[in-house]
Design a protein around this ligand. Structure first.
Ligand SMILES: C[S@@+](CC[C@H](N)C(=O)[O-])C[C@H]1O[C@@H](n2cnc3c(N)ncnc32)[C@H](O)[C@@H]1O
Length: 429
């Protein structure tokens, strides 16, 4: 397997002039998410890479340093490689940018990195426009296990073909920058149909345009991301994880980082990383967003009680089953905002409420190990909803839930309906 790419001749495109003046918090968060994942991914993949090479590709690499002197992602990734003996001898890097001034600057900055000469494979730096042909060539060439970062300013150059090209081979994951602001505006703008079709696929882009009519901003965002995730999943990107950035006031979304992998372990690792970079957590459940404004309004985010919702969902989904904590987590976490710790907290709360029995019951306080068995999960929804409806229809009382939830059968729970209500219950009991 080889790692190479062909590039079109360099062209200079438009770009926000201020971007490289100084690194904003958001760029810092973005660079941290990418470099942290690269570091963990490499530790897992390097020993398993048959060709004894792994890759890092950044097709929109920038000039290397911001004007304030802070390092950008390419330099951070190379510094990690220099510090790691396994990566020094295996990592192949390709950096591309359409602006030759950027690639020149990047080459100079890379040359200044202490220890750069210790890398077995010196970085390949190219100036070229990531247009149609690179997406197409990446779809056909084989890649060694590679982590790719696709970081354009807007949507130009970003396509499903490109994403598929960089994730199709074993051990290949990618993160791409999704400029929500511009794509949200572009999806209804005929003059950029070509770019939108490249991003969502022509058929799906058409469906999306229809679906977006008359929607609120929040609904638009959810629909756009949903269509994007579906398009990526159709192309083999089994797990898709977005992380949202908001504007300075925290009032609207500006862009997302979208992580794509075929491997659930990669998904879990990135989820933990993005969780730590989230600017708010509600009962320990991460927001998966960075909003500069959240630091000043932390209380707004503690009203949603997501752990209670998780606990209710688990009791409903796994009613009557016996399974380990790890089975519960593995069977539920994909496409949810919940991380492993949230499952442990939810199960601890359920145990305290006697809605589950944990085995072993005697454990260090506040712990719920992966192998702890969760027995006799008590369903709530069916009988509670039935009771609530019956009480509403037949009495003026509020329903009172009694009974021994620990014994965990619907039959027993139905008995509590009789205890708490006068007259025949919803099951005629
Ligand atoms: C957001 S910056 C990249 C920042 C960099 N990844 C980092 O972490 O610091 C986007 C870069 O993409 C380059 N660019 C924009 N359009 C491009 C295209 N079509 N092909 C290649 N590079 C492009 C710009 O010159 C700019 O340097």
């Amino acid at each position: 397997m080889t790692l190479h790419a062909s590039f079109e001749p360099a062209t200079v495109g438009t770009m926000p002039k201020r971007f490289f003046e100084e690194r904003e918090d958001q760029s810092e968060v973005k660079a941290r998410i990418v470099s942290k994942y690269f570091s963990v991914w490499a530790r897992i993949i390097v020993p398993r890479a048959r060709a004894q090479r792994v890759g890092y590709i950044d097709l929109f690499a920038g000039p290397g340093r911001y004007k304030d002197g802070s390092a950008s992602t390419p330099l951070m990734v190379l510094a990690l490689a220099i510090a790691d003996p396994n990566l020094r001898s295996t990592l192949v890097t390709i950096f591309n940018d359409e602006d030759p001034a950027h690639t020149r600057n990047l080459a100079e900055e890379i040359a200044k990195l202490p220890g750069i000469e210790t890398l077995k494979y010196q970085p390949v730096i190219r100036a070229g426009d990531v247009g149609g042909s690179i997406g197409k060539s990446l779809q056909t060439i084989g890649l060694v296990p590679t982590f790719s970062f696709i970081d354009p300013f807007g949507y130009k150059g970003l396509s499903l073909g490109l994403v598929q090209g960089v994730i199709k081979d074993w051990g290949c994951d990618c993160v791409f920058f999704f400029n929500y602001n511009r794509i949200n505006a572009g999806i209804s703008n005929e003059t950029v149909d070509e770019h939108m079709d490249a991003l969502f696929g022509a058929r799906r882009a058409g469906q999306l345009r229809t679906a977006l009519r008359g929607r609120t901003p929040a609904q638009r965002e959810a629909l756009i991301l949903e269509h994007l995730a579906q398009a990526i999943k159709e192309l083999g990107g089994k797990y898709v994880l977005p992380f949202r950035f908001r504007n300075a006031k925290g009032t609207r979304s500006t862009h997302h980082l979208i992580f794509v992998t075929k491997n659930v372990r990669g998904y879990e690792i990135m989820k933990e990383i993005m969780a730590k970079e989230s600017s708010t957590h509600d009962e320990g459940v991460p927001s998966f967003e960075y909003s500069p404004a959240d630091a000043t309004t932390p209380f707004l985010f503690s009203l949603l009680q997501p752990l209670e919702r998780l606990a209710d969902d688990l009791t409903e989904r796994y009613a009557g089953r016996t399974m380990t904590m790890l089975d519960v987590y593995n069977g539920h976490h994909v496409d949810t905002p919940f991380i492993k710790k949230n499952y442990k907290d939810a199960l601890l709360a359920l145990e305290a409420q006697k809605r589950i029995v944990a085995d072993p019951a005697k454990r260090p306080k506040g712990t719920f190990g992966d192998a702890v068995k969760v027995r006799q999960i008590v369903t709530q929804c069916g009988w509670r909803d039935a009771l609530r409806q019956w009480v509403n229809e037949n009495t003026k009382e509020r329903p009172v839930f009694q009974g021994d939830a620990r014994s965990g059968t619907e039959e027993l729970c139905s008995m509590s309906i009789r205890w708490s209500c006068r007259g025949p219950g919803p099951r005629g009991g």
